[in-house]
Design a protein around this ligand. Structure first.
Ligand code: C5J
Length: 224
């Protein structure tokens, strides 16, 4: 069996060809644009902007290499039945989940703010997982989807690094997947949290997984 080898930290990441997928977490207007959930919590959304172009580059390389691509969206049903009251109460911002904002109801399915930004939008045939939690495995069919696709290794991109991305990497790790975070293709409202999250992932011999620069990942995907 051939492998895709990526120069990574804490050591080289090797994925069997055909078993590597890309998961792009929550690249939604509600997190990336003014007027959404992230901004309502008092965050500077411009901090996330550089991750859009990097994720677009990564997506292009993954699609060219034939990797399955999975997108996630943090969303709740319009009746908010899947939103724990504790989650809705949290934050104390001007707008809460379900409230009407400039891009429609915050983090509600079917509203403009819940859509993925056009630069990294899913292509027809790519899986989109809507998730009510921070982790993409919680209360979703993601694990079945990955197993049905035969995926054992995952590249991770998306926002925000220390919340939904890191939570999902940890969930994947506990389920036996091997995960690598693509550094430029993720971002946090707090650059120091992004840096710390990456260090937490690769510390202790890769206790959560691997991390690598975008160029190392695209170079490896070129070899497929
Ligand atoms: C947050 C996410 N930050 N996608 N969600 O609430 O990271």
């Amino acid at each position: 069996m051939t492998t895709i080898a990526i120069k990574a930290r804490p050591y080289g990441f090797e994925a069997p060809t055909g078993k590597l997928g890309l998961i792009v977490i929550d690249m939604q207007r509600d997190f990336l644009e003014p007027g959404g959930f992230g901004a309502a919590l008092g965050n500077d959304v411009s901090q996330l902007a550089p991750s859009i172009a990097a994720t677009a580059t990564l997506l292009a390389a993954a699609r060219k290499a034939g990797l399955p691509v999975i997108h996630t969206r943090e969303l709740h049903s319009p009746d908010l039945a899947d939103c724990p009251p504790a989650k809705r109460r949290r934050g104390g911002g001007s707008l809460r989940i379900g409230d009407e904002g400039p891009m429609g109801r915050i983090l509600v399915a079917g509203e403009p703010g819940g859509e993925i930004v056009p630069e990294v939008a899913p292509l027809p045939g790519e899986v989109v997982i809507d998730k009510p939690g921070k982790g993409a495995f919680h209360a979703t069919g993601l694990d079945s989807v990955l197993r049905n696709l035969g995926i054992t290794h995952l590249l991770f991109a998306g926002v925000t690094t220390e919340v939904c991305v890191q939570t999902t990497m940890r969930e994947a790790n506990d389920r036996g997947y091997e995960g690598l975070l693509v550094e430029e293709a993720t971002a946090s409202y707090f650059p120091e949290f992004k840096k710390a999250a990456i260090e937490m992932i690769v510390a202790q011999g890769g206790i959560v997984g691997w991390a690598a620069p975008l160029a190392a990942v695209t170079a490896a995907l070129e070899t497929v």
